[in-house]
Write a protein that binds this ligand. Structure first.
Ligand code: NAD
Ligand code: TYD
Length: 332
């Protein structure tokens, strides 16, 4: 099978490419990535010389380059997106451009080239916040942030291409991922790398917001399953079943690193901050999926990975990142 992976130089996409190449000997993978601030070829250093893998630097909004890389492709997995909620609040335009318009460009090319599967990687954030119970794939979309609204817009385009043109589409909506190669702007890597430097951990609001955490490898295994065995036209929720409040996660990180709780700094809350995400994953489980990592073990492994791989994240905490950080958290 010849796979086009977009956004494969990011966190989940790079973990997915690694998994695909280790599981499927006869697969070829093309990775189309724009290399925004979040794209990083260091994420794929261990496989860059694999002859089954090819990297193309390009934008999913560029119809010409998308058309070129789509030729002869059997399946597309679209990870490419602007992905950080806080940045979407500061500047939504890039999110609408990539997450909505970029998805449209990919769909058009997939239709023209008659690809056999088009898998859109989406998020549980499209459903919005839920106080009690869990969202199923049938629930209405009620996104709160410009990020989740853009992802919902992408999903809607994908569904419309299935309904109108019969494009063989699939959508996965996963909960919050964590693991190796996650950019230090996101909660878990930010707090690990801050704590390692004895810097404050900026916890939004009262820290009681809940996320359902999934180890990135478990998500990638689920994506691989849906790609091969999912029913065309369907949506699959992918959750870890590990709902934890942010303060709980923060304390676990500090404990694993042997750092004091005095590093926690309560800061101004995120505007529109969703209180709780929770998804029902029985549809995916009916395909035979269950996560293979326990949350506690996976968090310990993740913390160890950041401790042992400062060559990877120190470069990302550069001057540009520190400026973003100062601007974002100033006055908090
Ligand atoms: P990421 O920000 O780490 O990576 C995104 C990648 O897309 C980067 O390599 C970037 O260079 C690339 N990219 C951005 N704009 C592009 C464009 N216009 N053309 C080509 N490439 C472009 O994101 P991630 O955390 O790996 O998330 C991957 C996907 O999974 C996203 O679609 C995101 O919405 C979704 N998702 C993420 C999570 C999570 O917890 N991280 C949870 C659910 C869903
Ligand atoms: P994040 O990793 O940005 O993922 P998302 O917003 O997509 O769920 O944030 C996870 C949770 O952590 C979210 O409730 C916001 C919170 N958070 C903080 O408290 N402080 C921070 O500095 C960051 C980045 C996030």
């Amino acid at each position: 099978m010849k796979l086009l992976v977009t956004g494969g130089a990011g966190f989940i996409g790079s973990n997915f490419i690694r998994l695909v190449l280790s599981r499927h000997d006869d697969y070829q993978v093309i990775n189309l990535d724009k290399l925004t601030y979040a794209g990083n070829l260091d994420n794929l250093k261990d496989i860059e010389d694999d002859e089954r893998y090819r990297f193309v630097r390009g934008d999913i909004c560029d119809a010409e380059v998308v058309d070129e890389v789509m030729a002869g492709v059997d399946a597309v997995v679209n990870f490419a997106a602007e992905s950080h909620v806080d940045r979407s609040i500061g500047g939504p335009a890039d999110f609408i451009q990539t997450d909505v318009f970029g998805t449209h460009v990919l769909l058009e090319a997939a239709k023209r080239h008659r690809v056999e599967r088009f898998l859109q990687i989406s998020t549980d954030e499209v459903y919005g916040s839920i106080e009690e119970g869990s969202f199923t794939e049938e629930d209405r979309l009620e996104p709160s942030s410009p990020y989740s609204a853009s992802k919902a817009g992408g999903d809607m385009q994908v569904m419309a291409y299935h309904t109108t043109f019969g494009l063989p589409t699939l959508i996965t909506r996963s909960s919050n991922n964590f693991g190796p190669y996650q950019h230090p702007e996101k909660l878990i890597p930010l707090f690990i790398t801050n704590a390692l430097a004895d810097r404050e951990l900026p916890l939004y609001g009262d820290g009681t917001n809940v996320r359902d955490w999934i180890y990135v490898v478990d998500n990638c295994e689920a994506i691989d399953l849906v790609l091969h065995q999912g029913e065309v036209g369907q949506i699959y929720n992918i959750g870890g079943g590990n709902e934890r409040s942010n303060i709980t996660i923060t304390r676990m990180i500090l404990e694993l690193l042997g750092k004091p709780e005095s590093l926690i700094k309560r800061v101004r809350d995120r505007p529109g901050h969703d209180f709780r995400y929770s998804i029902d994953c029985s549809k995916l489980e009916s395909l035979g999926w269950e996560p293979s990592h326990s949350f506690e073990d996976a968090l310990r492994e993740t913390v160890d990975w950041y401790v042992n791989n400062d060559w990877w994240w120190r470069k990302l905490r550069d001057q540009e990142f520190e400026e973003y950080y100062r601007r974002h958290y100033q006055g908090s």
